[in-house]
Structures are given as structure tokens and as C-alpha cells.
Design a protein around this ligand. Structure first.
Ligand SMILES: C[S@@+](CC[C@H](N)C(=O)[O-])C[C@H]1O[C@@H](n2cnc3c(N)ncnc32)[C@H](O)[C@@H]1O
Length: 177
């Protein structure tokens, strides 16, 4: 199932456009490719799209984007200046089918996938590389903040938007220098 761009996609896209020029970019959970296309449009040097869904990878390749199938970083090689991820960040909802679950549910509580991603992302970042992630007010923060602390990352909220009952945020994360 390909996630059609929504408010969260557009909020992240703005930040990607501001940073991507000249950079080697990884678009994690690329789906429609909105972040990858924004990065290329803004002058990124190279962009790699990653998604866990085979049909998404086929779709992105048809669009002419460089894409691989990977569960987070399992098939990713190399280092990147900018890694962006608009992840599934909502708590598991048992009414969902397995197709919508993979694009919306970040695990039982909603933070599990992001916690794994943040635990691994430092191994794929160039020195002074930047990570952009999207979070919702429905995503628990404690374990995310713990992993950022453990990995010695500095973070800052760079964009916010209220969408119905939910508040969306984009966080910019980098290793402390
Ligand atoms: C909310 S959509 C975001 C799509 C797009 N980047 C955007 O901003 O509109 C999340 C995407 O992450 C992908 N995804 C979910 N779990 C993943 C995992 N473990 N590894 C890689 N991609 C994953 C889903 O297939 C889905 O395409």
C-alpha cells in the first residue's frame, strides 16, 4: 500500500527542501517518494529511497528513483549527510488490516520502530550528518528521548502543525559535536 502524501509528509518535505542541496540523502520509508523528490528538486547530490514494501520499491523505481527494499537499515550500505523518516508513528490499532498497519503503526505503543531507527541511524550518518523525523502527539516520547540521550544526539523541534486532535512535529537530530 502506498501512503499518499498527507500533512505529515508536507511538514517534513519543507525541512528536507531547506537542507538537501548538495547532500547525499537517505529517504527512509519513502512510499510515494515525496521526500526523495523534494531533495532532488532542492539539489541533493544523490538520493536513496528505502521501504519495507516490495510494491513501493517497484513503484519508486518506475518513477526513476534509486530505491531498495529494506527493513530499516538491514540492506543499507554507506553513510549519508541527511536521513529523513516520516515513520509509522501511531500506536497499534487492532481494527487496522495488515496493509494499513505497516504505514501507520510504529508498534504496540507507537514508538517502537522509531526507537530502533534512532538506535541504528548513527551508523549510517556522515560526520555532522542530520536526521529529520516526524512524530505525533500520540507517539510516546520517553523511550525516544532515552535513545537520543544514550546516543549523545542533540535534537530540536523545527516544525509543528495541529491536525484535528493530533499535533505533528518534525525533529532535527544530530550528533553532539
Ligand atoms: C507514513 S509512510 C511515509 C511515507 C512518505 N515518506 C511520506 O512522507 O509521505 C511510512 C512508510 O514507511 C514504510 N515502513 C514501515 N516500516 C518500515 C521499515 N521497518 N523499514 C522501512 N520502511 C518501513 C512503510 O511501508 C511506509 O511506506
Amino acid at each position: 500500500m502506498i501512503y499518499e502524501p498527507r500533512e505529515d509528509s508536507y511538514l517534513l518535505e519543507k525541512e528536507v527542501r531547506l537542507l538537501a542541496k548538495g547532500l547525499h540523502v537517505l529517504d527512509m520509508g519513502a512510499a510515494s517518494g515525496i521526500q526523495a523528490e523534494a531533495a532532488l528538486d532542492a539539489g541533493a547530490e544523490r538520493v536513496l529511497c528505502v521501504d519495507i514494501q516490495e510494491d513501493v520499491v517497484v513503484y519508486l523505481k518506475k518513477k526513476g528513483l534509486n530505491a531498495i527494499k529494506s527493513d530499516l537499515f538491514s540492506n543499507v550500505q554507506g553513510r549519508f549527510d541527511l536521513i529523513c523518516f516520516n515513520p509509522p508513528y501511531l500506536p497499534f490499532d487492532k481494527r487496522e488490516d495488515k496493509y494499513s498497519e505497516v504505514i501507520t503503526s510504529g508498534g504496540e505503543k507507537g514508538d517502537e520502530l522509531l526507537v530502533i531507527f534512532l538506535g541504528e541511524v548513527g551508523n549510517y550518518l556522515e560526520k555532522e550528518g542530520i536526521v529529520l523525523i516526524v512524530l505525533s502527539s500520540l507517539t510516546p516520547r520517553a523511550r525516544i528521548l532515552n535513545v537520543l540521550k544514550e546516543k549523545d544526539f542533540a535534537w530540536k523541534v523545527v516544525a509543528k502543525k495541529k491536525v484535528f486532535m493530533e499535533k505533528l512535529e518534525v525533529w532535527r537530530i544530530r550528533e553532539k559535536i
